[in-house]
Design a binder for this molecule. Structure first.
Ligand code: JHZ
Length: 409
């Protein structure tokens, strides 16, 4: 179903600036027995709302379709993510003096990758996540996790049960919620007096400036800036008070600190001023993006066809959601890329959405020795290339697709 109004502000002034076609769900890896069944496909188009300053996709795929039992994303397969999360937890524990009388609630707590650090320190936690498989993994390691979608109803029930969160964590989920107002209202309800909300999400400025168009998929309803977060918080009596930047995480991530009080740091003021100066609160900033995206498609296809003509073999690294957008939009069929490898054992034996490359264990790179590896999970380039010393030593080469296709060895 296509939206006619901004999900945040309700404005009907939605301005379209990128159409990636009709694509399958990026996280819906296909099982062997379903290879002959038609996959559901949905339009993938981006619009900008000048009122909320929010970039969003037009299509509402129901959340229970996006995050069902086939949702196989597990946060714990990246050492970089685990280190980042541990540092985040330790900073919060020390900085806010958390102890056994505190409560830390994480929304979209996945497999417990972040909350486990608080559990280890004896701090009470509650994880909330709608996807049963990762939630089970969290419960198995001692991170209490409810399999639920979060919103104001659930927050009110928790408050009625005597819960109030001193810290609410919402990492890589503020893009994933069809009803952003209900979700934000729930955070306001659940947050204790003097508590803090930390929201992490990839930064739309990096998406545009580094042409990270493959991070657009149906799971990501929104692409946030400080301006959009500031306006969203204010709509719900919350405030953006501080911001941190992690340039390499997921292609450029911001952590926004929000709370009941209106006490913006100098850094927040600088970010808001810089976004305004760059024109990010107006449509003109986004207008030229589609031409650059089409340029990546043209150049990547030309490169892959050239490799095929020269008899070279190509594999993909990372059965990531962003990989699914890339290969479906660019049209990377099995004659151009034969298989994909991934460290996440839950994804093995499945096939990429739409194009149906099989997903194999990472050892296939050395065993089958493809000449080139298209780095679909380019956000983990350093981590992956370090692990692939042996493949590189044997003469293997990587192709990084964005911001423009490039062969690296
Ligand atoms: P990865 C994810 O998107 C999921 P995806 C989610 N939709 C989101 O919002 C964004 O991140 C921010 C594998 N891997 O994390 C693991 C290796 O095989 O970039 C993953 O399957 N070896 C919630 O799916 C994939 O690559 C490794 O060494 O686009 C990476 O997927 C490492 C580090 C990862 O995200």
């Amino acid at each position: 179903m296509r939206i006619t109004q901004c999900r945040a502000s309700g404005s009907e002034d939605l301005r379209s600036f990128l159409d990636l076609g009709i694509t399958p769900l990026a996280d819906a890896l296909v099982k062997q027995e379903n290879l002959d069944t038609d996959e559901a496909r949905f339009p993938l188009e981006l619009v900008f709302c000048p009122d909320s300053a929010l970039v969003q996709i037009t299509e509402n795929v129901p959340a229970d379709v996006l995050f069902d039992e086939n949702y196989l994303y597990f946060s714990s397969f990246s050492d970089v993510v685990l280190k980042h999360s541990r540092e985040h937890a330790l900073d919060l524990i020390a900085g806010r003096g958390l102890d056994d009388s505190s409560l830390v609630v994480e929304l979209a707590s996945n497999d417990g990758y972040l909350l486990k650090n608080f559990v280890e320190a004896g701090i009470p936690v509650l994880g909330i996540d709608p996807s049963p498989e990762p939630a089970q993994a969290a419960n198995d390691i001692g991170v209490p996790t409810m399999v639920e979608f979060f919103g104001d109803d659930l927050a009110s029930k928790l408050v009625a049960d005597g819960k109030a969160a001193n810290v609410i964590l919402a990492n890589n989920v503020f893009a994933h919620i069809p009803d952003i107002n209900d979700f934000t209202a729930g955070m306001k309800t659940l947050l204790a007096d003097g508590g803090v909300i930390h929201i992490e999400n990839p930064y739309v400025r990096d998406l545009i400036e580094h042409c990270e168009f493959d991070t657009i998929y149906h799971e990501h309803f929104y692409y946030h800036s400080c301006t959009s977060i500031d306006r969203q918080m204010r709509r719900h009596g919350l405030h953006l008070n501080h911001v941190e930047y992690f340039p390499t995480l997921h292609g450029g991530t911001l952590r926004w600190h929000c709370g009941h009080e209106d006490q913006p740091s100098e850094r927040v003021k600088e970010y808001l001023a810089a976004e305004s100066a760059a024109g990010m609160d107006s449509f003109s900033y986004f207008e030229a993006f589609a031409d650059r995206v089409q340029g990546v498609k043209r150049d990547l296809l030309a490169l892959l066809h050239d490799l095929k003509d020269r008899g070279k073999t190509v594999a993909g690294y990372g059965a990531a959601a962003k990989g699914a957008t890339l290969i479906n939009y660019v049209g990377i069929t099995t004659d151009l890329m034969q298989f994909v490898v991934d460290r996440n054992v839950h994804k093995h034996g499945h096939f990429m959405p739409g194009t149906h490359q099989p997903v194999k264990d990472v050892s296939a790179l050395v065993e089958e020795a493809p000449d080139y590896v298209l780095l679909l999970a380019w956000n983990f380039k350093d981590e992956i290339m370090q692990q692939q010393e042996e493949y590189l030593r044997r003469g293997g080469k990587f192709i990084v697709p964005v911001p423009h296709p490039e062969v690296v060895a």
